[in-house]
Design a protein around this ligand. Sequence first.
Ligand code: NDP
Length: 340
Amino acid sequence: MNSVSTQVHLRSRPTGWPTERNFSLETVSLQPPRAGEVRVRNEYISVDPYMRGRMNDVKSYIPPFALNEVMTGGAVGRVVESSDDALSPGDAVLHFQGWRDVAQGPAEQFTRLSPESPDIPLSAYLGVLGLTGLTAYVGLLTIAEFTEGDTVFVSGAAGAVGSIVGQIAKIKGAGLVVGSAGSADKVRRLTDSYGFDAGFNYHDGPVRDQLADAAPDGIDVYFDNVGGEHLEAAISRLRDGGRAALCGAISTYNSTERTPGPSNMANLVTRGLMLKGFTVGNYTEHQPEFTREMSGWLAAGRINWDTTVVEGIENAVEAFLGMMHGKNTGKMLVRTGAAD
Ligand code: NDP
């Protein structure tokens, strides 16, 4: 039984882009689980854009990571030792003790994934069936108030959230779905695999021009994962009564200075536009409905979802930085593969 945990600690707070030097890999000995505790061997840990904000010493909707301590984040794994009746060795669990290969703590911090389906790998609970999928679902349907027939534009469209947004929009009867992404391969994936009607590479020219070409009659909904130039371009293309769900602004996360907002906010007044931000944690009441619908779509083969997997806890920082640089298609995960 593994009695050590290999973990990624935050050593210093990054300025601008993080580097490997901001982190360290530590091996920590674990005491046997006390009454009410379980030990879990993680199989996958999640690296997510919001974690960049937690590396800063800034109060937000979620506290910053503590210096010289293991970071946290979503993870899935299996119980290997249990001193609690609620969980048994072999149980698959979802929890928040990521950035390590072996997790341990009170059983109530670990949610049993049940029933397990052979068609649904554990990794899905960190992506399409997890908070990523819920973010896409809530952002499109509740925040942006999607209506059948809408023309939808999604940025970060080949990523974890974006790739699901486009597919939900199509399933729910969107008129036209356009996505932007950072490479020709990703743009091909949008139309070949995720059912988008059109896509463009935002490196190929101004977003505003490429969006106008792809959706010449304008858009009704913008799902914003990127902020910056994308948001400004979308505001200029939103039709009267258009709505935007502000999900994230990854183009700004490593900025060292405050980034200016869109210069064309007057359009909100003249066209009656709505821009609404959200964090998925405030919308968990939609979880049951989301799980029911998404499970049905997956069973019917109506949703394609990708993972980009980096092997080994020792490469978790590389995975995180790679995700921030666009090396992922779909959800970026680290397979931790702790040995017994
Ligand atoms: P992704 O899987 O989309 O990975 C991040 C992607 O961002 C990269 O693959 C890269 O793709 C793209 N990117 C990086 N820099 C830029 C840039 N300067 N301009 C445009 N695109 C860029 O991550 P997630 O799906 O997990 O998250 C997507 C967004 O949703 C993030 O902004 C995140 O913070 C937000 N989010 C918000 C939640 C909420 O509750 N509000 C919950 C979950 C996520 P490319 O190659 O295309 O550039």
